[in-house]
Design a protein around this ligand. Structure first.
Ligand SMILES: Cc1ncc(COP(=O)(O)O)c(C=O)c1O
Length: 373
């Protein structure tokens, strides 16, 4: 007879996003609702200002979600039809889709052992049509932006960052989202800073790109409300902005807690030869990682996943287990063997604010047990 599950650790606890701050969130909803402040009101402006200050960015602009944010960022940066845009194949389809909808051609390339875009692979994918790089700051870790910037400078390319997973992550002390000409961040509920629905931001390093993005998100209107160009409707709801502004106030503590969880995983799984762990929190002074995800590589990955499930532990394989170049329905033809290999091995362990130290220890015990340790 199977033994009863001792402990349950879901991969992500969606109700916790609300229940962990229920009283404050209800007060915000009541306040915004009673003011009737739904679209482009002061809460949005305040959040944009606070977000820009947090990132030390010139401008932040609330948008409907990061996918729209990337489309807006790419268009505001001046992408034109036919431009090729290099991105990692280990990213959400949203990165490639944004390039497509901004008129460009997405070119997925290999990621490296840290699961981020491989700079050497970028160099070999550059053609005369290459116009931009869109590095994904994956799993809450920022790429080596010195190397990417050197490649961009050498070939006259612009960088637009997919920082959907990386609010507060830093490389050499500088925040993800502030390296390129523009960037997008996601506030999907499971993100480190999540709202109660969809939400995103565009980060712009210049007034010119900001003004174009500003118009694109709101029907082509400029800051005086005049229609001066073609635009979309992709505004961040004022209510979500008020909720996000509240979350931003305690964000340092959230990043610290996630780094603590990563340190526990490191301490308790670091000697298990069958798994490869992400870089430990303080292993490299150039990187401050915020662990949007804790993505390991594991031998016998699918068996481990099933075993953990049987022990009440939720895990996830990112992007439903498919890299961008593996999506044949979208016409990709690239051959990326290292990424293919990683996609047979990668697995995300629980990493969220609902986890107790005991939960993390239980996950580690079960991983060790699976490998007979
Ligand atoms: C790397 C990456 N890019 C883009 C997105 C799209 O973000 P959104 O859901 O806000 O459109 C996500 C969201 O999961 C993501 O992880």
């Amino acid at each position: 007879m199977p033994t009863a599950i001792q402990h349950s650790v879901p991969f992500f606890n969606y109700p916790h996003v609300f229940t962990s701050h229920e009283a404050e969130l209800l007060a915000i909803i009541r306040d915004v609702g009673r003011r009737g402040a739904f679209i482009m009101q002061r809460d949005l402006g305040e959040f944009e200002q606070n977000l820009a200050t947090f990132l030390d960015a010139r401008h932040a602009l609330g948008v409907g979600n990061a996918t729209d944010g990337l489309i807006i960022a790419l268009r505001a940066a001046g992408l034109t039809p036919g431009d090729e845009v290099i991105l990692s194949s280990h990213t959400m389809i949203a990165t490639a889709a944004a390039v497509h909808f901004a008129g460009g051609t997405p070119i997925p390339v290999e990621c490296g052992p840290d699961h981020l875009i491989d700079p050497a692979a970028i160099e070999s994918a550059i053609t005369t049509r290459t116009r931009a790089l869109v590095p994904t700051q994956l799993n809450g870790r920022t790429c080596d932006m010195d190397r990417l910037q050197a490649i961009a400078d050498k070939h006259g390319l612009m960088i637009v960052e997919d920082a959907a997973q990386a609010l507060g992550s830093r490389f050499k002390g500088q925040c993800a989202g502030t390296f390129g000409i523009a960037a997008a961040i996601s506030f999907y509920p499971a993100k480190v800073l999540g709202c109660l629905g969809d939400g995103g931001a565009v980060i712009a390093g210049s007034d010119e790109v900001f003004n174009r993005a500003y118009q694109l998100r709101d029907h082509g209107r400029n800051q005086d409300g005049e229609i001066v160009s073609w635009g979309l409707n992709s505004r961040l709801d004022n209510l979500q902005a008020a909720i996000l502004d509240h979350g931003l106030r305690t964000y340092e503590a959230v990043m610290t807690r996630r780094r603590q969880i990563a340190a526990i995983y490191q301490e308790q799984l670091g000697d298990v030869a069958e798994v490869v762990l992400p870089p430990a929190p303080d292993s490299d002074p150039n990187h401050y990682d915020i662990y949007q995800n804790y993505e390991i590589e594991a031998e016998r990955r699918d068996e481990l996943k099933q075993y953990l499930k049987d022990q009440g532990i939720g895990t996830l394989i990112q992007w439903g287990g498919q890299a961008v170049h593996q999506l044949k329905a979208l016409g990709f033809t690239q051959h990326l063997p290292y990424t293919d290999y990683l996609f047979t091995r990668m697995l995300m362990l629980p990493m969220n604010m609902a986890l107790s130290d005991d939960d993390v220890a239980y996950v580690c015990d079960q991983v060790r047990r699976f490998y007979g340790r």
